[in-house]
Design a protein. Structure first.
Length: 57
C-alpha cells in the first residue's frame, strides 16, 4: 500500500506519517476481510468504541 500513497502524492513527508498510513490501511484491509463496513467501523474506533471480534455488524 505504500506504493499507492507514493503514486498519489509523490512521497511521505515523514517516517511517522508513513507508519500511521500503514497502520490505518492495515486496519481497513482487516475490516474489509471481516465483511464489515469500513467507514462505520473506523468512525466508531475513532469515537472510542472498540471493534468486536465476534461477528460483523
Amino acid at each position: 500500500m505504500t506504493k499507492v500513497k507514493m503514486k498519489i502524492s509523490g512521497c511521505f513527508r515523514t517516517k511517522e506519517g508513513a507508519s500511521i498510513f500503514a497502520r490505518i490501511r492495515t486496519a481497513m484491509s482487516t475490516i474489509q476481510k471481516q465483511g464489515r463496513k469500513v467507514f462505520a467501523s473506523l468512525q466508531s474506533v475513532f469515537m472510542g468504541v472498540p471493534l468486536s471480534l465476534s461477528s460483523p455488524e
